[in-house]
Design a protein around this ligand. Structure first.
Ligand SMILES: NC(=O)c1ccc[n+]([C@@H]2O[C@H](COP(=O)([O-])OP(=O)(O)OC[C@H]3O[C@@H](n4cnc5c(N)ncnc54)[C@H](OP(=O)(O)O)[C@@H]3O)[C@@H](O)[C@H]2O)c1
Length: 321
């Protein structure tokens, strides 16, 4: 009898915790949307946060999607990536489509510490309202840690962890003085559990989530917002490896969300919620994974990525044959 009562209490408590964690964002989103609908008078993003949006890794994929979205909301955009030709093309596209001012900055975040002095000088001349820490890389396919090139290991650390950390450090003093600003940190659903054969990437994303959530609390007293975005699979060059070359779909490729669909949802979440997956379907995947205890989530990820590791090893063997 006592055991049954205990199980019931634990069950009810766990359900409440799960509901709080997983329904908080959709409920807040609904509430803020209703508020705006009823009260009206919604300020634009430049009015709320300041005129310039700086987006790292914005010549392609999700970063490019954010750049277009923010420009469509009246923000001036500063695009940062390595390839000048691609950056110029995206800047021209944005100016032609949204009629907003753009700047580009060529920077390679894999170079680490040495690049930030120049970046700081150039960025400090802008009134940065929104900083989107999007840049990120991943190993081409699942692989054992000891087989990874050391260069790639440093790239994962310098790009996925270093860039966001240093850029927040650079942007925050001016945001604090102006008492306004928004930092959007792009993490990933893979931050939910350690992921064998993608161990470093998943760990960098766990860092992003932890860093971003802590920073949100640090900067809130200064009137600055910090949003954590943790998407599942989005169809970009990063996830190209999931699409079978024969054009058929597999269990993972069907879960890929188009960048435009993700950005429509993630864009709508800006200035409304401090945490989102960036797409409702990724929210559902996260909620389902969150039903599992952490140790079981690790087992699920281990199984999935062990399977992928074998699939890709077989493909490599076939390619060599
Ligand atoms: N795609 C997904 O399924 C997914 C899911 C969850 C989270 N995410 C996260 O979302 C973010 C964007 O991913 P994505 O899929 O959009 O990637 P993507 O399509 O591969 O685009 C990456 C962008 O980063 C730039 N970049 C790469 N290396 C760089 C470097 N060393 N220095 C400066 N810029 C660099 C690239 O431009 P250049 O090559 O010209 O430099 C490009 O603009 C990442 O943080 C990723 O972890 C993605």
């Amino acid at each position: 009898m006592v055991l049954l009562q205990l199980i019931t209490v634990v069950g009810v408590y766990s359900t409440i915790c799960w509901l709080y964690d997983n329904l908080r964002t959709p409920l807040l989103l609904l509430l803020r949307s209703l508020q705006q609908l009823c009260l009206g008078g919604q300020k634009s993003l430049p009015q709320t946060y300041g005129p310039w949006a700086v987006i790292t890794g914005s010549s392609d994929g999700i970063g490019k999607g954010y750049a277009h979205y923010l420009a469509s909301q009246g923000m001036k955009v500063m695009l940062i990536a390595r390839n000048e030709v691609k950056l110029k093309r995206v800047a021209e596209e944005i100016t032609a489509k949204h009629g907003t001012e753009t700047k580009i900055m060529v920077a390679d975040f894999s170079q680490g510490e040495q690049i930030y002095e120049r970046l700081e000088k150039e960025l400090c001349s802008l009134d940065i309202g929104i900083l989107v820490n999007n840049v990120g890389v991943i190993n081409e396919k699942p692989i054992q840690l000891d087989r990874m090139e050391k260069r790639l290991l440093w790239d994962l650390i310098n790009i996925n962890v270093g860039a966001a950390t240093l850029l927040c450090n650079i942007a925050l003093p001016a945001m604090k003085k102006r008492h306004r600003g928004l930092i959007i940190n792009i993490s990933s659903l893979s931050s939910l559990a350690p992921t064998p054969y993608l161990a470093v990437y998943a760990a960098t994303k766990a860092y992003m989530t932890s860093f971003s959530l802590a920073l949100r609390e640090e900067v809130a007293p200064y009137g600055i917002e910090c949003q954590t975005v943790s998407p599942g699979y989005v169809h970009t060059s990063m996830t190209e490896y999931l699409t079978p070359t024969d054009g058929k779909k597999n269990s993972l490729s069907v879960r890929l969300v188009k960048v435009s669909d993700m950005i429509r949802y993630a864009g709508y979440c800006i200035a409304k919620v401090d945490q989102t997956t960036g797409h409702w379907s990724h929210g559902m995947q996260t909620a389902i994974l969150n039903m599992l205890p952490a140790s079981l989530r690790l087992k699920v990820f281990t199984r999935l990525y062990t399977q992928l590791l074998h699939e890709y090893s077989e493909t490599d063997v076939k390619k060599l044959a």
